[in-house]
Design a binder for this molecule. Structure first.
Ligand SMILES: *Cc1c(COP(=O)(O)O)cnc(C)c1O
Ligand SMILES: [Zn+2]
Length: 426
């Protein structure tokens, strides 16, 4: 039997198609009939130039989409991102063994490419002509690129004036139709979900379960990079919670296939101003209460009504994980350290490092545990926030690691200033 969709609430099974929400309201997830796979199969493909296995997603094809024809795959290729270990970040967080999986090294600069390659390939298999998504920025950048590459029309719905320029410029440049919604991400999400059923767009948000299949490979790849030894913790920012869902599914499947011996724990980090999962988790409730007016400097996780919250709750529970929240000040402080290490990331990504620090301070993570923080997006996505941080222009943020540019005249007084600068301590 091939892959099917199964409702996470009522277990109803359907053929994979364009319907991602069951009549009961639950989301579908992809179920595969896995063949026997071994670590060796995936290890042998490392460094290959053979398509599609040169991709860090399709290297794990048997665990992502076993039946799809290799020739039908649209791939950049994506993945194959580095795992960095930096002393200053370990010291900052307060653990000896912390590494950062840099998903900002994907073709369009965020982890979204890992899900997009799978879902766009599926869109083509189903004969879709137009694909659409709502986005805080990175999904639109990724979708626009993959749509362009595969000859599909792309339509992106973004909250007007709320997405970082690095991301908006990509969506425009790759030729997607950009619809700026006068509202926030949650409004854009509702609109695109309705529009996709009324107008017939193939929806590429992470409620599309194929996106989740691709994003599982963040976990597969980082475990492979660690010689299949799980760290104690894997920490990622949480917005719409597709990634959290993917991480839980990946870990569960790896355990069932006996590819890892023990499960890492997931820690999801939300911004204080956009923290519905954190609230649900800490109140031990069972219904998500949306945050009406989400706000945070980390625009990629500025989401009040995350679509995948139910899957995310299961993922965190399965791995005995935790949910934490951090302030914008903590996010930008952590970002400054990640940037200063030479690795760099966008604001939302730094929530993972800020969260790690907080969980160490609270004694949830101990200093001798091993930690992998996922850096979800590239430093260049949001240059404005970075520059404003260093200029001290971000409201409510103390720029403790600010690196202010020095302004001087080109004439002799400037030379005096320069001499003074370089004879004093650096
Ligand atoms: C999309 C995104 C997130 C949030 O991921 P979810 O799967 O929506 O929780 C975090 N950081 C960056 C940079 C993103 O692009
Ligand atoms: Zn159902």
């Amino acid at each position: 039997m091939g892959s099917t969709f199964r409702c996470i609430r009522c277990n109803k099974i359907i053929e994979p198609g364009t319907n991602f929400r069951c009549r009961c309201g639950g989301l579908y997830e992809v179920r595969h009939d896995f063949d026997d796979v071994t670590r060796e199969l995936f290890d042998e493909r490392l460094g290959t130039t053979k398509k599609p296995y040169d991709s860090g997603v399709w290297r794990f094809k048997e665990l992502v989409y076993p039946e799809i024809d290799a020739g039908a795959i649209v791939s950049r290729p994506e993945g194959n991102t580095n795992l960095y270990r930096c002393g200053i970040v370990c010291d900052y967080v307060g653990v000896k063994d912390l590494s950062m999986k840099h998903e900002g090294e994907n073709p369009t600069g965020s982890f979204k490419d890992r899900g997009m390659t799978v879902a766009v390939s599926e869109a083509r298999r189903l004969g879709a002509s137009t694909v659409a998504c709502a986005s805080t920025g990175n999904t639109s950048a990724s979708m626009a690129a993959y749509a362009a590459q595969s000859g599909l029309n792309g339509v992106v719905f973004v909250p007007e004036g709320e997405i970082a320029y690095g991301k908006l410029s990509q969506a425009l440049a790759y030729g997607a139709k950009v619809i700026q919604v006068r509202g926030n991400f949650d409004d854009a999400m509702r609109l695109v979900e309705e529009a996709s059923s009324e107008i017939g767009y193939y929806l590429l948000n992470s409620l599309n379960p194929w996106r989740v299949e691709g994003q599982k490979t963040i976990i597969f790849e980082l475990l492979q990079q660690r010689s299949w030894t799980a760290p104690d913790w894997i920490i990622a920012p949480g917005g719409n919670l597709g990634n959290t869902s993917a991480f839980g599914k990946a870990i569960k499947e790896l355990q069932e296939l006996r590819l890892i011996d023990r499960a890492p724990r997931i820690a999801v980090i939300q911004a204080e101003g956009a923290n519905p999962l954190y609230r649900l988790w800490s109140s031990k409730g069972d219904q998500l209460e949306p945050v009406e007016k989400p706000h945070t400097v980390a625009s990629a996780i500025k989401i009040g009504a995350p679509v995948s919250w139910e899957k995310a709750v299961k993922a965190v529970a399965y791995t005995k994980g935790v949910v934490e929240q951090v302030s914008d000040d903590e996010i930008m402080d952590a970002k400054a350290i990640v940037d200063r290490s030479g690795v760099g990331c966008e604001p939302a990504s730094a929530a993972s490092v800020a969260g790690a620090k907080k969980l160490v301070e609270r004694g949830v993570i101990s200093s001798n545990e091993s930690v992998v923080c996922v850096l979800t997006g590239n430093l260049l996505k949001d240059p404005e926030t970075t520059v404003n941080y260093h200029l001290g222009k971000l409201k409510g943020i103390t720029p403790r690691a600010s690196n202010k540019p020095i302004v001087l005249d080109p004439g002799s007084s400037g030379m005096q200033d320069l001499k003074a600068l370089f004879t004093s301590a650096w």
